[in-house]
Design a protein around this ligand. Structure first.
Ligand code: AR6
Length: 169
């Protein structure tokens, strides 16, 4: 049976899921937006572990423990910076979702939550990013057994509405 896709409006750091995905930068050493919120909520041990990961290329994903978060793991991925859409941004964004889901599966995570990767500081238009996210998540849950539940997290009304449209209702 295919896994479920849920939509939540709120703060990803509070979710009781096996893994949450972080929209990080290539250094993996913290930043603003959801990255800053995850590091604050997880505590300083998260940064300590991240120092050993050696950074991360855009579109790739690496994991750490979740420390003080309810989530057991954090999957760090690096989205594309929006430059107008002709520099492979869409492919890199697809890779973020694809690689994060494959890593979650490898870890044995039954549930994973995603923020809207790249649509904050990195400037990817929400209306373009959301259908890509939904398509990649659907593709994965239709053919894989794990994760059984994927939660798409919107932090603002506009993103929430874009997800509602893309999910069809
Ligand atoms: N829970 C869920 N979503 C959130 C939260 C939260 N607590 N906080 C923000 N968002 P952004 P990016 C939403 O900027 O565009 C960092 O400095 C936010 O409203 O966090 O991929 C990194 O270190 C938006 O919808 O990530 C990188 O340098 C979405 O998360 C850079 O920002 C993504 O916004 C990455 O930029």
């Amino acid at each position: 049976m295919a896994g479920s896709i849920d939509l939540v409006l709120g703060d990803i750091t509070t979710l009781e899921v096996d893994a949450i995905v972080n929209a990080a930068n290539p250094s993996l050493l913290g930043g603003g937006g959801v990255d800053g919120a995850i590091h604050r909520a997880a505590g300083p041990e998260l940064l300590q572990e991240c120092r050993f990961l050696g950074g991360c290329e855009p579109g790739e994903a690496k994991h750490t423990q979740g420390y003080r978060l309810p989530a057991r793991w954090v999957i760090h991925t690096v989205g594309p910076i929006w430059h107008g859409g002709r520099r492979g941004e869409e492919e890199t964004l697809r890779d973020c979702y694809r690689h994060s889901l494959l890593l979650a599966e490898e870890l044995g995570a039954t549930s994973v939550a995603f923020p809207s990767i790249s649509t904050g500081v990195y400037g990817y238009p929400v209306e373009r990013a959301v259908p890509v996210a939904v398509q990649e998540v659907r593709r994965h849950v239709e053919q894989a057994t794990l994760p059984q539940r994927v939660v798409l997290v919107a932090f603002d009304e506009r993103t929430h509405e874009a997800y509602r449209d893309a999910l069809g209702g």
